[in-house]
Design a protein around this ligand. Structure first.
Ligand code: ADP
Ligand code: MG
Length: 238
């Protein structure tokens, strides 16, 4: 039994058939990267896993249990978006701890969790600042902190680095990789950057037009593409 089984999942927005039967089995500790051209359905798939979009057909099984109808707040899944969506009037500590506060975690425990995550992300010295006083990279770290502090079973990242400049993107990529190795969490990560996919993924899922084209290790997808689309998209040598 897989940790998360995306079982023949379809999504329709009215007449538009956006996801056409996606099948992916994700194992605990996997770093699955979804790639594909803009509009192919990557964000829609992540939103469905998070519970932010309903499922038209098929099912999501988490540890063998169907979660199609489980409310997002009960999924034990944290999502990091491309736009950081921090609360501008709250401090960094407030932003990181907000989810815990909502869950009525006592102040002392909250503080400990915030400190632990801040140390991990090396933002201890920023805890009293407001988001407006932070750089893009620092904001992205706070957004990650907000996800990490909940210690979720599963992390979803939707193009978390695409608003950052090139140098920072490489640094953050390294940090995310180290974080995954250190914590051993399960991650589903969307990017349209092939290099990012190749360096981060334990497995890559290549999508096109709402369909899965190939699922495999970075090496397999790059060296042994299923078709010309995958070869072209991954920049495989011909
Ligand atoms: P990606 O993240 O791969 O760029 P998306 O999942 O955002 O793609 O979008 C996939 C397709 O679904 C696009 O054609 C988009 O226009 C459509 N779509 C996404 N959200 C909605 C919505 N709420 N209503 C109608 N169409 C949508
Ligand atoms: Mg998207």
């Amino acid at each position: 039994m897989s940790f998360l089984h995306i079982n023949n999942v379809h999504k329709r927005f009215g007449e538009t058939h956006v996801l056409k039967g996606i099948d992916i089995a994700i194992e605990q500790g996997d770093f699955l990267v979804l790639v594909g051209p803009s509009g192919c359905g990557k964000s829609t798939l992540l939103n469905m896993i998070a519970g932010l979009d309903s499922i038209s057909e098929g099912e999501l099984l988490l540890d063998g249990r169907c979660i199609n109808d489980v409310h997002p707040s009960r999924r034990d899944i944290a999502m990091v978006f491309q736009s950081y969506a921090l609360y501008p009037s709250m401090t960094v500590a407030g932003n990181i701890g907000f989810g815990l506060e909502m869950r009525k975690v006592p102040r002392k425990q909250r503080r400990e969790a915030i400190d632990r995550v801040a140390k991990l992300l090396q933002i201890e010295n920023l805890l009293d600042r407001k988001p407006g006083q932070l750089s893009g990279g620092q904001r992205q770290r706070v957004a990650m902190g907000r996800a990490l502090v909940r210690d979720p079973q599963l992390f979803l990242f939707d193009e978390p680095l695409s608003n950052l400049d090139a140098k920072l993107r490489v640094d953050m990529r390294t940090e995310i990789k180290q974080l995954h190795q250190r914590l051993g969490t399960t991650i589903v990560y969307v990017t349209h950057d092939q290099i990012e996919a190749m360096t981060l993924a334990s497995r890559i899922a290549v999508m096109r037009g709402g369909e899965l084209q190939q699922l495999g290790t970075p090496q397999a997808v790059y060296d042994d593409p299923n078709n010309l689309f995958v070869a072209g998209f991954m920049g495989s040598p011909s």
